[in-house]
Design a protein around this ligand. Sequence first.
Ligand SMILES: [Zn+2]
Length: 455
Amino acid sequence: MVVLDYDQASSSSNSNFTFSDSPFFYDRSPSNGGGQALFVDASTTQPHSNPRVSYYHPAGVGDYHYGERHPMKPARLSLTNRLVLAYGLHKHMDVFTPRQATKEELEMFHDSDYVDFLSTVTPSTPPSAAFTRFNFADDCPVFDGMYEFCKAYSGASLAGARKLTSDATDIAINWSGGLHHAKKFEASGFCYVNDIVLAILELLRYHPRVLYIDIDIHHGDGVQEAFYNSNRVMTVSFHKYGNDFFPCTGDVSEIGTGLGKHFCLNVPLQDGIDDGGYVSLFKSVIEPCITTFRPSSIVLQCGADSLGLDRLGCFNLSIAAHGECVRFVKSFGLPLLVLGGGGYTIRNVARCWAYETSVLTGCCIPDTLPHTPYDAFFAPSHRLHEPLQAGRVENQNSKASLEKIRVQILEQLRYLHGAPSVQMQEIPPDLAGAWLDEDSNPLTKDGEPRRDEKD
Ligand SMILES: [Zn+2]
């Protein structure tokens, strides 16, 4: 059991706090001065955890533009990929250029009317009621190649999920995915197609239970909504909540309904949470989620807008702490799909996801960034672990408030009392099958454990 370490939490709020002081900063190598990748063979450092890693980067996915002033910049995916390659991390993974998702695959979750609109609308389409109906406005503009972009990142998440279900990899990475706000019938929050829901539906064809973890600063509302009635998917989102922060959902009281009651957890946080408080709370929530729910696989959305200095965010997380959450989830050794998400200070998004690729492959990479065509983005420091303290936001999360959230979450987990089983011959063809019969659920309709449930 991981407990909140308040000494750790308080030390991180000290203005002199540095990354290397962090007790969870486990693998930052000393600078070797040459800018060359320094690899540590995972087999020598982690003899029992040398996972097979598959990496998906759709061709040209970084070349799309939402618009001049739009904060979502797909170019961050090109920066990330260049850093991953320049660090030599591709030598430690199987690298794939996935095919695009098909219209039929998108319709495994999304309404066909919505996909029809998505597939036909162009920047020159005259405004109509459909724009309002499908929520196409400032946040979700129609841009050149929008549908191709959606099919590209969704195809990558689906390919990763299939690689996992065929047991051909242990970890699948798609930094272009993780667009967690898209809904069945509409676009939302820069997201048009919810690749996460599509990937989870694919995993559910073979895996009885899937745990979804979301560390984007925004609530993972689209994924939560899709599986709100399901006891085969537990969703856990850590996010800023309150003061009308988008998407204004994710209160701790949102716990799921019907068979899905108690299979939805929300960790609402306030501005300025720091490394110690976040990582301690993350571990103290995620460990009992995994031991209680016993997922067959995990989907981890790694939105990088929870980092300090994000253009739209208001947390103080370092890249090391963000990556520590990834390392912790990896340490359970379950089939793992790792996705991107938000992230609007793109130089730090690229740093973060490159670092997390090194964490997932078990490689130790130097703090000095390797040369890429994007060197100018990383000036003047050219460091991987760029200090993100300059724009530090006052921490409005007290020790007491974090402890209160932790207790509320653990209280909710007590209702699970053992995970539901599932008859694996009943492979769900679509979302309609994404929950269990009441007979195989350990909970009654009231959410109380069945009396005959032993575990
Ligand atoms: Zn976000």
